[in-house]
Design a protein around this ligand. Structure first.
Ligand code: AMP
Ligand code: MG
Length: 379
């Protein structure tokens, strides 16, 4: 697709679709709205294609076919499935298995995939855990073949797929000549370029995890992804305890932690998505070694302290530019932060199909400055 010229004076074009069980909103700046519309069609086509490949809700998906062969022969996989799996395994290694795409059997056991949500027995957990472990995946890169070595293994890309799709979408936008835009995928955000096509960075807000009408923190980014994982996204309560949808691959149980939410900011959306999930499992102590401006990874920890929520001091927010080191991102990302007192903002509610929670989507609500929020909240 050849690109007409872009300047800071273009027009914003925005569309929202329901895909991967949530909302994807893409807003781009271009002088030619017809061209921008074509680019957006292309982007949604790409994301829908990834959804069809990676879904666990459709027996005809490529992922389903791979899972069905668990314990059997190696299966040839498509380029995107190979790519997301490679990245997922790299993050598993880096996080010492806190992030693990083979968590499928325990996600299913606790009823987070299709329900009913329940607390399984120790025996069931022990049995499901024998089918979990990223080292049980064999890969042959020369032929792009994958073998799940243990019967009953289930790969689940739920902790990384939206981030991966965002990166592919941003790549496509850049190929089409676009430089400025905002992508919000059910609370996973990619802020591309600036919010005015010139020099004003995007403002992204992190909501108060227990008070959706309040802002916990706002920060200003360009060419950065923002992902939040938390105990308030999807959970159930049984016998007075709260069970989150993020599971510890080490115990086979929902993570037990006083971390309420962890927000990761980094130039790659795949990385932000995988690491926010992993960090929720790891906690600030263990995750500390994996963040910092030298890696261009920033993190905000919100923890429960008695009946108060507090920011953990191990949060990393250097308000200076960081060189984007991640493959595929050529530009420089930047991040700045302002602690908020907690003014309330308006919200737009939307119910996402397949999953029983509500994403609060905020855009353009405080003057022209706030365009995105991160975080989905259980309804
Ligand atoms: P996120 O909302 O990105 O933190 O991802 C949560 C989703 O990732 C869950 O709904 C599961 O499908 C999956 N998941 C849960 N625990 C893990 C884990 N430890 N590693 C990788 N994926 C996980
Ligand atoms: Mg994630």
């Amino acid at each position: 697709m050849s690109a007409p010229p872009v300047s800071g004076t273009g027009r914003w074009v925005q569309r929202t679709w329901v895909v991967m069980g949530t909302y994807l909103t893409v807003r781009i700046l271009h002088e030619d709205p017809v061209y921008a519309g074509r680019v957006l069609d292309d982007v949604i086509g790409l994301v829908q294609d990834l959804d069809r490949r990676f879904t666990l809700y459709d027996p005809s998906s490529e992922l389903w076919a791979l899972n069905r062969q668990a314990g059997g022969p190696a299966v040839p996989v498509s380029e995107p499935l190979w790519d997301i799996l490679e990245q997922a395994i790299a993050y598993s290694r880096e996080t010492k298995g806190a992030f693990d795409v083979t968590v499928g059997p325990i996600v299913q056991l606790w009823g987070f995939l299709e329900g009913p949500r329940r607390v399984p027995s120790d025996e069931e957990i022990a049995q499901a855990r024998t089918r979990v472990g990223y080292r049980k995946i064999d890969r042959d890169p020369s032929r792009r073949m994958v073998r799940l070595t243990t019967p009953g293994m289930v790969l689940d890309f739920g902790g990384i797929a939206k981030g991966y799709a965002l990166d592919r979408a941003v790549e496509r936008l850049r190929q089409a000549g676009l430089r400025h835009g905002l992508l919000n995928f059910g609370g996973e955000i990619y802020a591309m370029g600036t919010s005015d096509g010139l020099d004003r960075p995007w403002t992204v807000i992190v909501r108060h995890p227990r008070r959706p009408d309040r802002v916990w923190q706002e920060f200003h980014v360009r060419d950065m992804a923002v992902s939040t994982s938390g105990d308030y996204e999807r959970f159930f309560v049984a016998r007075g305890r709260r069970y989150s949808h993020i599971l510890s691959p080490w115990t086979g149980r929902p993570v037990e932690t006083d971390v309420v939410s962890v927000t990761v900011v980094t130039p790659s959306a795949t990385e932000a998505d995988a690491l926010s999930t992993a960090f929720f499992v790891m906690g600030p102590e263990q995750a500390q070694a994996l963040v910092g401006s030298d890696r261009c990874r920033y993190v905000l920890w919100i923890r429960q302290q008695g009946d108060r929520l507090v920011e953990d001091p191990r949060s990393v927010w250097p308000p200076r530019p960081c060189p984007a080191t991640t493959a595929g991102v050529r530009e420089f990302g930047s991040l700045a932060v302002r602690q908020m007192g907690g003014p309330s903002v308006g919200t737009t509610l939307g119910v996402a199909p397949q999953i029983a929670y509500v994403c609060l989507v905020v855009s353009g609500l405080i003057g022209a400055r706030i365009w995105a929020t991160t975080g989905c909240f259980y309804a």
